[in-house]
Design a protein around this ligand. Structure first.
Ligand SMILES: *Cc1c(COP(=O)(O)O)cnc(C)c1O
Length: 480
């Protein structure tokens, strides 16, 4: 493909993408394929000779589209949203064209510098404390990680390194392995599975703090666990608290947990993967009160802030905590400005070396929507969730299972878990809408998350109509 053909094909691809998104509602939201469906549809061997572009594109419709779960369909209500917008897609095209690997300042100064400034912009939209803003002289600042899972792990590894140094400072004879075997990290029984996984990867014990009736950690429960563990000779060093848990969008009281962590020299990381985006709205910002006690904070603009995957923004109060934990300086990566104190080398802030120019899509989206446009998006989706909630509440056969604060509604039929499992299966089998379940207090619960940017009231009404129709049919067969 030469540049002339690229010019033509590129325009056709934009048309294909625009048509796809414009007509996405007409496709079944969930695919009708069996595991292994794809292998038989394409050759077992790679092509020896070049093929025609038309043939490749034809196979997109034949092979790929039948196996796609359409996350941007307004009938998609599963998991949490995957953000998407046209400005972000255009910026990503440019990112691919520049194609730099921005591991250091010198590897592409704009890639690094725009990222630092975009994290400052976003930090200001969230009204983060000054400590988290890089500015020109700050000790803190932000970085784009690929996912919230990586942010949780990076924070845990930095905390582990800091804890080891702290213990060794008072007792130089104790070995690192000895200290690590005594370290304990904490999170709640509602936190995302990636937190437990960070403990496994980081080789430290991870304890789950039981939550209260609101699915949140209580300060005194945490304090008791810490006292017991310290009395047993263990060393508490890390807490990952959640703002907006995955099962039910519950919020840990970070203003209560933060002072406990600070007093015990425990690193507090906050995972707000989904809910973080909503803190740009003043009415949701109080849920972030207590952020001043945190050492690190992360959320996914790629979930709810109209910036396509991947873009998981993480801030730290002391960037030296991250850089100090993972620094490596082979000669081929050093550059003449790195000791100037004026540049950031993001390779020290993350696990991989390579990184894409992801701040471009933040810049495009922030400028094309403005803060008010982004706030309007959040508020609209919360409004749609409230609309769904009132439909559920008006039907006595159903119950709401957790307070609806943002764009997630947890609900179930009053009755057995089995009944709800069958209802969900029937819903998903229609392929007209798509939902996933969660478990809350031992009960099987349906999660309805407002996801696609183009979801409107009529989609919510249609979804509810389908659910009630299937409920009617189900109850004919198996009464409550
Ligand atoms: C979605 C989610 C995650 C995982 O996000 P990734 O970016 O895919 O790692 C972590 N924590 C919470 C609370 C989430 O909702």
């Amino acid at each position: 493909m030469d540049v002339a053909e690229f010019r033509r094909r590129g325009k056709e691809m934009v048309d294909y993408v625009a048509d796809y998104l414009e007509n996405i509602e007409q496709r079944p939201v969930y695919p009708d394929v069996e595991p292994g469906y794809l292998r038989s549809m394409i050759p077992a061997e790679p092509p020896l000779e070049a093929e025609l572009y038309e043939d490749v594109l034809r196979d997109v419709e034949r092979v790929i589209m039948p196996g796609i779960t359409h996350w941007h369909s307004p009938y998609f209500y599963a998991y949490f949203p995957a953000a998407s917008s046209f400005p972000a897609m255009l910026a990503d095209m440019l990112c691919e064209a520049i194609g730099c690997i921005g591991f250091s300042w010198a590897a592409s100064p704009a890639c690094t510098e725009l990222e630092t400034v975009m994290l400052d912009w976003l930090g200001k939209m969230l009204q983060l404390p000054e400590d988290f803003i890089a500015g020109t002289h700050g000790q803190g600042g932000g970085v784009i990680q690929g996912t919230a899972s990586e942010a949780t792990l990076v924070a845990l590894l930095a905390a582990r390194c800091k804890a080891v140094r702290l213990v060794q400072a008072s007792d130089p004879k104790i070995s690192e392995a000895d200290i690590i075997s005594k370290l304990v990290a904490y999170t709640s029984d509602q936190s995302h599975s990636s937190v437990e996984r960070a403990g496994l990867i980081g080789g430290v014990k991870m304890k789950k703090v039981p939550t209260d009736q609101h699915y949140a950690i209580k300060g005194d429960v945490l304090r008791n666990m810490l006292e017991e563990d310290k009395a047993a000779g263990l060393i508490p060093f890390y807490l990952c608290s959640t703002l907006g848990t995955t099962p039910s969008c519950a919020f840990d009281p970070i203003a209560e947990l933060g002072p406990i962590c600070n007093a015990e020299k425990i690193w507090m990381h906050i995972d707000a993967a989904y809910a973080g985006s909503a803190f740009i709205c003043p009415e949701f910002r109080p849920l972030l009160n207590g952020i001043e006690f945190a050492d690190s904070f992360n959320f996914n603009p790629h979930k709810w802030l109209l910036i396509n995957f991947d873009c998981s923004t993480m801030w730290v109060k002391k960037r030296s905590d991250l850089i100090g934990a993972f620094k490596m300086d082979p000669l081929y990566l050093t550059h003449e400005n790195q000791e100037s104190g004026l540049v950031t080398d993001y390779r020290h802030w993350q696990i991989p070396l390579g990184r894409r120019f992801r701040s471009l899509k933040m810049w495009f989206v922030f400028r094309m929507y403005g803060l008010t446009g982004l706030q309007a998006h959040i508020r609209k989706q919360v409004g749609l969730a409230k609309e769904f909630e009132s439909l559920v509440r008006a039907d006595k056969r159903f119950e709401i299972c957790a307070e609806v604060i943002m764009g997630l509604v947890c609900f179930r039929l009053k009755g057995s878990n089995k009944l709800n499992e069958v209802l969900l299966k029937n819903i998903n089998h229609t392929r007209r809408i798509h939902l996933v379940p969660c478990q809350l207090s031992g009960r099987f619960v349906l999660r309805f998350a407002v996801c696609a940017r183009t979801t409107e009231s009529r989609h919510i009404q249609e979804a509810w109509q389908l659910i009630t129709q299937l409920t009617y049919e189900l109850l004919q067969e198996q009464p409550l």
